[in-house]
Ligand binder design. Sequence first.
Ligand code: MN
Length: 309
Amino acid sequence: MAQIKVMGHCPPDTDSTCSPIAYAWFLKTHKGLDAEAYIGGALNKEATFVLSHFGVTAPEQIASVTEQDKLVLIDTNNPEELITGWESAEIIEVVDHHKLYGLKTASIPTVTVRPYGCVATVLWELMGAAQSTMPKEIAGLMAACIISDTLNLTSPTTTDTDRAALQALSEKAGIDAASFAQDMFAAKSNLDGLSTREILLTDAKDFKFGEALYKIGVLETTNPDQAIAKRAELTAEMNILKTEESLAGMMFFVVDIIKGNAVLLTASEEDLLLAEKAFGVARDASGLLILPGIVSRKKQIVPAFEKLF
Ligand SMILES: [Mn+2]
């Protein structure tokens, strides 16, 4: 029988990297299946830290699957973010915590979708009696998924089921969830080895305000100083991007996830003047715009500009 590939969305976040490892363990040891976790994109810094902390090898990265493959989808049912070739593979199971996107399959999969903050919480419930046989490192990976997806139980997506699962998994893994969360967020905040362009574009989206196209990048970090120290390079690169992509402007918000504020870097004086108006805040002596309480592009930053235009 062909090996079953257990996979999340592409590119993978921490949940889509580590929850497939946990479910592959369950399928192997409790269902007697030949199952293995794979990722369809590069490992992020947070997942790299989590895997090395628990001494677990990263899933092999693959670019596509074929009609020879059987797939178990974890953490996604969105056709837009599945591995290349998924249409020809046989999808035998889907476990998810997202809305339904209209995935079409040739055969009949087992489907479990529950409205929790993390798919690891769904897996924890599905495993039932197998919970007591779970190795420490698998429990650790699942706890890390819940911490990552729910920002350590602070995101509005968090449910009581997630809280209970994280507590049980943390005990099993022998970790203190709060301090482990700090280490995970620090790993995610480390910019070492990233190019200026990668820092700007890891989480950047384009928006049309009137007829003008703006790019708004966000960096969520516990160490804003590391990014702000690169201010000159970031500004220069934003101007290159502005020319390359015919943008009216570009803004880069460095969000401090501990203090709950943002510092804005802009491509030009014109963009900075615009932001001062949008937020009703003046730049400080060093020319930085510090925005208390601003953490969300979707709920705060974009609406401020939309109102101005
Ligand atoms: Mn998830």
